[in-house]
Design a protein around this ligand. Structure first.
Ligand code: 5GP
Length: 348
């Protein structure tokens, strides 16, 4: 008989943060930087732990340059070749400490990863991203990468449950990417029926990771700065964003102009658009397909970053957290049935 887990599992939309008494006078007093020491690489991190997703529409070199100025991080997508990496590294040495090189588990991906890391020793982070973080093949791959790069910090995923977070950490990963089916471009839940509500996944996986002195990334599912704050409140060490950073000058994706309006193409890494662009190169990325949308052009990403950071700072003042580090300790989630007043929304 199939097992039913009837415990309550929640998404960002199911909760709000309860405000608490605070001595903070203004959101400018809030410090969003965090310092981490990674379990397996033994490297130190210092920065604002928000990451641009390793999608070719988001994790671009142009994005990395701007995000790094704000102390944010970029998981650069895996479709830049060695020549492009070398050229980029020669022009922008400052931002190399705030980015990761991405790879799937194919041997060609692994070869390219080795070449890039050898050529650019300032890059200290590796992002290993596969269809299914639960496969034994992936666990073995994480072990191989750890052997090859004993002092690089390894991000690996995606998974949504504590036992797999533990297995990946014990296999050599430092930071586990958490999230299945929640991405804005993702059709996994409709195609496969598989998934896990993101807020609960983050709470459970953070607990498992922190018990082993590992870290987690809440990857995907954020649609507004409030969701980013909720992910941190739930215990995420890092929050990864795709859709919220799409559609900007620095984002990848084709520019479209129609009836005087500007758009940028945004697509999932297993969407038809990505499949056609990189034949054979996306097959191992995600089990199911992704969507494609035209995002109204949003201009420079710096304004969106300021908006996100302003929102999270404000969350911290509402709950009395002087530092981002204190946010999860000061978090009480309230279950709700409504997030916003719908009177002027499109649905009404
Ligand atoms: P977002 O912030 O847009 O909600 O989610 C971004 C995340 O969605 C990415 O970091 C990645 O984990 C996931 N993702 C990106 N492309 C695809 C895709 O084509 N299919 C699926 N299932 N997930 C994707």
């Amino acid at each position: 008989m199939p097992h039913i887990d009837s415990g309550i599992k929640l998404d960002f939309k199911d909760v709000l943060l309860r405000p608490k008494r605070s001595t903070l006078k203004s959101r400018s007093e809030v410090d969003l930087t965090r310092s981490f020491s990674f379990r397996n690489s033994k490297q130190m991190y210092n920065g604002i732990p928000i990451i641009a997703a390793n999608m070719d529409t988001v994790g671009t070199f142009e994005m990395a340059k701007v995000l790094s100025k704000f102390s944010l991080f970029t998981a650069v997508h895996k479709y830049y070749n060695l020549k492009q990496w070398k050229e980029f590294a020669s022009q922008n040495p400052d931002c190399l400490e705030n980015l990761a090189v991405s790879s799937g588990t194919s041997s060609s991906d692994f070869e390219q990863l080795k070449e890039i890391l050898e050529a650019i020793p300032q890059v200290k982070y590796i992002c290993l991203d596969v269809a299914n973080g639960y496969s034994e093949h992936f666990v073995e791959f994480v072990k191989d990468v750890r052997k090859c790069f004993p002092s690089h910090t390894i991000m690996a995923g995606n998974v949504v449950t504590g036992e797999m977070v533990e297995e990946l950490i014990l296999s050599g990963a430092d930071i586990i990417k958490v999230g299945i089916g929640q991405g804005s471009m993702c059709t996994t839940r409709t195609k496969t029926g598989v998934g896990y509500p993101q807020l609960s996944a983050v709470m459970e996986c953070a607990d498992a990771a922190h018990g082993l002195k590992g870290h987690i990334i809440s990857d995907g599912g954020c649609s507004c700065p409030g969701d980013v704050a909720k992910a941190f409140g739930a215990g995420a060490d890092f929050v990864m964003l795709g859709g919220m950073l799409a559609g900007h000058s620095e984002s990848g994706g084709e520019f479209i102009e129609r009836n005087g309006k500007k758009y940028k193409l945004f697509y999932g890494m297993t969407s038809e658009v990505a499949m056609k662009k990189y034949p054979g190169g996306v097959a191992d990325y995600r089990a199911s397909e992704g969507k494609t949308v035209e995002v109204p052009f949003k201009g420079d990403v710096k304004y969106t970053i300021q908006d996100i950071l302003g929102g999270v700072r404000s969350t911290c003042t509402y709950v009395g957290a002087a530092k981002l580090k204190e946010l999860s300790r000061r978090t009480t989630f309230i279950r709700v049935t409504q997030q916003v007043n719908p009177i002027f929304s499109e649905a009404s």
